[in-house]
Design a protein around this ligand. Structure first.
Ligand SMILES: [Zn+2]
Length: 315
C-alpha cells in the first residue's frame, strides 16, 4: 500500500521509541534518579530535572483518558480512516500518549475503558505506529496494513435482479426513476493507483502526482485523482441495481450524454457509486438505456463524478 500520510520523523532522542515499535516493543523512558516515568521522549526528567533517563520496556496496559471522533479529515490523506478516533491514553505507568483507537465501533468507546497496544504496520518498510484497542479485540489482526482493494458487497444486500427483455418497452420504461439505487461496494483511490493512471494516460500534472508540492500549493491540500480515473473506476464497483437487461446479442457502451467532475477525490479517499435509470428509448439501432452514474467520496453529499452513461442493447 502507498500512502501520503505524514509520518513521524525520529530524532536522536526519540529514535529508541520508534525502533522499539518496529520490533513490536513499547519502550518508555524512566528517570533513574526518582523513578518517574517520562513520555514523550526527553533529555531530562520533568519531575526532578535529572539527566539520567533509561529506556524500559513496558507491557502497554492502558486506560482511555480522553478521545474525540473527527468528522472532517485533519488532512485529506486521512479520508480513508474517517471518523478518526483520536485518543489520549494513560499507560499503567502513568504517562499519557496521543494515539488512535482502532478496531472499536463508536459505541464501544468509553472514557476509562481498559486498552491494549496495537503495533500497527503503516508501510512496507516495517515502520509501525502505536495504536490502542479494546482488551477483547484481536490486536495482531489490527496490526496488518489495511487492505486497499475493494471491500466485498455483503451477499445479503444483493437480491436476485429482475430479468427484463431488451424489447419489453413497458417494463423498461417503468425503470425510469428519480430515485438512486443503494450504494455499490467501495474502493480506495490511493497514490499508487493515481500514479499508475498518470503513467498510462500521460497526464502526470503535479496536482495528481507530487504529494509534497500538492500539500503546499494545491487548493485541495494534497494530491487528487484524475477525473477520468474516477470515471473508469466505475468498472470496479458493482452497482446495486435490482434489474438485469436480457435477450440482446451485444451490449455497447455508446458514450456519455453528460460527464461532470463536480468534486475532487483526494488521494487515499474511499469512493462508491450509485445509479438510476434516466431514460429508455427503443430505437431502430437498438434499445438505448441512459444510466445516471454518480460516484462520491464515501460520506460526501456532492458527487465527484456524474456520468449519464448511454448503453445500447442490440438484437
Ligand atoms: Zn526524576
Amino acid at each position: 500500500m502507498s500512502n501520503n500520510k505524514p509520518m513521524p520523523v525520529p530524532t536522536e532522542i526519540s529514535a529508541p521509541f520508534w525502533e522499539g515499535l518496529k520490533a513490536k516493543r513499547l519502550l518508555i523512558q524512566q528517570c533513574t534518579a526518582c523513578a518517574h516515568w517520562v513520555f514523550y521522549p526527553r533529555r531530562h526528567c520533568p519531575a526532578c530535572l535529572a539527566h539520567d533517563l533509561a529506556w524500559r520496556e513496558v507491557e502497554g496496559s492502558a486506560t482511555l483518558y480522553s478521545y474525540t471522533l473527527t468528522r472532517i479529515p485533519t488532512l485529506p490523506d486521512f479520508m480513508d480512516e474517517m471518523p478518526q478516533k483520536l485518543a489520549v491514553v494513560e499507560l499503567a505507568e502513568g504517562v499519557r500518549i496521543n494515539t488512535n483507537l482502532v478496531g472499536l465501533a463508536e459505541d464501544e468507546i468509553h472514557i476509562g475503558m481498559p486498552l491494549k497496544p496495537v503495533f500497527a504496520q503503516v508501510d512496507a518498510k516495517g515502520n509501525r505506529l502505536l495504536r490502542f484497542t479494546g482488551l477483547d479485540k484481536d490486536a495482531v489482526n489490527l496490526e496488518q496494513l489495511p487492505a486497499v482493494d475493494s471491500e466485498p458487497v455483503p451477499v445479503s444486500s444483493q437480491p436476485e435482479p429482475r430479468k427484463i427483455d431488451f424489447n419489453d418497452a413497458a417494463s423498461l420504461q417503468a425503470l425510469v426513476s428519480e430515485q438512486f439505487s443503494d450504494w455499490s461496494n467501495s474502493i480506495v483511490v490511493d497514490q499508487a493507483l493515481i500514479d499508475a493512471f498518470a503513467q498510462l494516460s500521460g497526464d502526470d500534472y503535479w496536482i495528481h502526482t507530487d504529494p509534497e508540492r500538492a500539500r503546499l500549493q494545491s487548493p485541495f491540500g494534497g494530491t487528487i485523482a484524475h477525473g477520468a480515473l474516477v470515471q473508469v473506476l466505475q468498472s470496479r464497483m458493482k452497482l446495486a441495481l435490482d434489474f438485469e437487461v436480457t435477450g440482446f446479442s451485444t451490449q455497447i457502451n455508446y458514450g456519455s450524454d453528460r460527464l461532470r467532475f463536480p468534486a475532487p477525490v483526494p488521494a487515499g479517499s474511499r469512493i462508491h457509486s450509485r445509479a438510476r435509470v434516466k431514460q429508455v428509448e427503443l430505437l431502430p439501432r437498438g434499445t438505448q438505456l441512459t444510466l445516471e452514474l454518480n460516484t462520491h467520496v464515501v460520506g460526501h453529499d456532492r458527487p465527484s463524478v456524474i456520468n449519464d452513461l448511454v448503453i445500447l442493447y442490440r438484437a
